[in-house]
Ligand binder design. Structure first.
Ligand SMILES: Nc1nc2c(ncn2[C@@H]2O[C@H](COP(=O)(O)OP(=O)(O)OP(=O)(O)O)[C@@H](O)[C@H]2O)c(=O)[nH]1
Length: 397
């Protein structure tokens, strides 16, 4: 991919003219925020630096979270790039309580973003780079359209997507090593939460190894878009302005029939990247995904589904069972859509224990992005075994 391609294909950042209520309307008024996550050394800063120095015509603010062993470990830098010359950045240093954004975002981190928002109008997009050790789930939750957020930062910002950079050289090793016996390792949480996965440093790895890493990523998160990159070289339209949390994005994804195309020279034959759905129960270090097709639902079934999701997300148990029985049940991400007997359609979006069903107007969405033939639900997390699948299917059938 050349810079020329990049210029020809500038992403449309805030173009949501949808009449859909909820996040899409919010998107029309607010600045999109992309969370960039990925394990230590995977290439997050390289990607961010590239975005900041590339001439793409957009003013992008970056909230960096440096994590090192130096004295400035607690310093956060906000760089606001200018349209005229992206290399000229004004800098403000914001001291946070500790170097880990994951821990501090709910207090000082929010203050940092609020300060940034006072400069609203001077940028089009925010990138938030997490530390390599951060779990992006709680960070994404902060930007969720709940009541608290809607009254505060939600007036200015909406979550555009979570991008996870995976190290092609060490990715597989990291996924194994950071997994502790009783918890899900951070690198797995990062992949599970992602809307886009970039397998970076593909220049350093033989094809067989790439395919092995891709297989694992696909088994953890079969619904994320996937690209191979060298030094974060990617067409920005794949990572910015993706609107992953609007109902339209879920609809568009579900009507895609082709697997995502790889950036860079390494085109694949489909075998490595099709994120084999038949293996959704192949558990990699505790995390798996579960995809369930969903027939048209009556209001009673819809209420039951809602109850099922609440029990699973909020209490880590199946309805009617104690949490002891389903000790290991934990959902990191869920998405999907269901058709209702009324002819309407409802789109599910969830990050950890936050979720929402948003009703969409099927006629308008059919014009805009096409309506899929059938409903489906996807859950990514821990403990998603046959018992859980059967329990959900019993409600849906
Ligand atoms: N060969 C090669 N090297 C790369 C690539 N991407 C990044 N690097 C190098 O990998 C090292 C780590 O990259 P960073 O961008 O600092 O990684 P990071 O994820 O921000 O690291 P932390 O902030 O420590 O988590 C740097 O020396 C980069 O130059 C790539 O695609 N190929």
């Amino acid at each position: 991919m050349s810079d020329g391609d990049e210029l020809d294909d500038i992403p449309t950042l805030i173009e949501t003219q949808s009449s859909t209520n909820g996040p899409a309307d919010a998107a029309a008024r607010t600045v999109p925020l992309t969370i960039i996550t990925g394990f230590l050394g995977a290439g997050k800063s390289t990607l961010v630096r590239r975005i900041l120095t590339e001439r793409h015509g957009y003013r992008i603010a970056v909230i960096m979270n440096e994590f090192g062993d130096t004295a400035d470990i607690e310093a956060k830098t906000i760089n606001v790039s200018s349209t005229e010359d992206p290399t000229q950045q004004s800098q403000e240093f914001l001291e946070l309580a500790n170097g880990c954004l994951c821990c501090s975002i709910k207090d000082t981190g929010i203050a940092a973003i609020e300060r940034l928002m006072q400069r609203k109008g001077s940028f089009d997009h925010i990138l938030l780079e997490t530390t390599g050790l951060a779990d992006p789930g709680p960070i994404a939750s902060v930007f969720w359209q709940n009541e608290e957020f809607a009254m505060g930062l939600g007036k200015d910002i909406h979550l555009d997507g979570v991008v996870c950079v995976v190290d092609a050289v060490f990715g597989r090793k990291q996924m194994k090593e950071d997994h502790a016996a009783d918890s899900i390792g951070e690198s797995l949480r990062q992949i599970a939460c992602a809307d886009v996965v970039l397998l970076n440093k593909v220049d350093l790895v033989p094809t067989e190894e790439l395919q092995a890493v891709e297989d694992i990523i696909g088994s953890i998160n079969p619904v994320a878009a996937f690209y191979r990159t060298v030094k974060g070289e990617i067409n920005l339209k794949h990572i910015i302005g993706i609107d992953a949390y609007t109902s339209r994005s879920v609809l568009q994804k579900s009507s895609q029939t082709e697997p995502p195309v790889c950036e860079h020279d390494h085109r694949h034959d489909g075998s490595a990247l099709d994120h084999d759905h038949s293996r959704t129960h192949y558990e990699i270090r505790g995390i798996s995904s579960m995809q369930v097709s969903c027939p048209s639902l009556s209001p009673f079934q819809m209420a039951k589904l809602d109850e099922w999701i609440r029990a699973v997300l909020w209490e880590n148990r199946l309805p009617g069972q104690s949490s002891d029985d389903s000790k290991k049940l934990e959902i990191l991400r869920c998405k999907g859509m269901v058709f209702l007997d009324s002819g309407k359609m409802s789109v599910l979006q969830g990050v950890r224990n936050l979720y929402e069903f948003a009703e969409v107007d099927t006629e308008e969405e059919a014009d805009a992005s096409g309506i899929p033939d059938a409903g489906k639900l996807v859950f990514i997390g821990r403990g998603l075994d046959d018992r859980v699948r059967q329990n959900l299917e019993d409600i849906l059938q």
